[in-house]
Design a protein around this ligand. Structure first.
Ligand code: CTP
Length: 171
């Protein structure tokens, strides 16, 4: 079992390619209002959680809500792929803005698992090469997360690892 100890107030980034199980993990481990999902914000701003042309607006809205929550002293989880350094830079900057700990939980599942899940889904409209690209970006990122500013980094490498996580919150 992997134990993750989180301060009661922190900013958690779930990092992983599409299909790695970020949303499922977030649903199991956090309260609904704590989780800000890029898909949900794409849906809110455009009516389509797959609308890539809504990404900028979706993240603007997501970051607006994240700021409101952190200002209120509420733990916040960002459920987006965050496989690109640029996306993670925004998360670390936001945590610093509110002087809270940026925490990374990485779902680095084998590519064949991601592909099998992708083939079983009807709700994703991009090609499989998008997932391979994300896996490549994630692998390049793994060794850099601490240097980017994430103070706690947990890397989960299988569906079993993800399922067996126990999160505790400390004062
Ligand atoms: N899934 C699964 N077994 C798991 C976790 C997820 O079969 N242990 C399946 C889900 O049922 C879903 C797909 O994998 O069909 C993606 O799960 P999700 O939690 O949405 O993954 P995300 O990483 O959030 O994917 P995306 O970035 O595309 O939203």
């Amino acid at each position: 079992m992997t134990s993750i100890s989180l301060p009661e107030l922190c900013l958690v980034a779930l990092i992983g390619a599409s299909g790695s199980g970020k949303t499922t993990f977030a649903r199991e481990q956090f309260a609904p209002g704590e989780v800000l999902s890029s898909d949900a914000f794409r849906m809110l701003v455009s009516g389509d959680e797959n609308a890539q042309d809504a990404t900028h607006d979706a993240f603007e809205a997501l970051y607006f809500v994240a700021r409101q929550r952190l200002r209120r002293g509420l733990l916040t989880v960002i459920d987006a792929t965050s496989v690109q350094a640029d996306a993670r830079r925004h998360i670390v900057a936001l945590a610093r803005e509110f002087d809270v700990l940026p925490v990374a939980v990485v779902l680095d599942l084998p590519e064949d698992v991601l592909m099998a899940r992708y083939r079983a889904r009807t709700d994703r409209h991009f090609g499989p090469q998008v997932i391979s690209g994300q896996v490549g970006q994630l692998r390049k990122s793994l060794g850099k997360l601490q240097a980017e500013g994430f103070r706690h980094v947990t890397v989960l490498r299988s569906a079993e690892d993800v399922r067996a996580v126990s999160i505790t919150r400390t004062r």
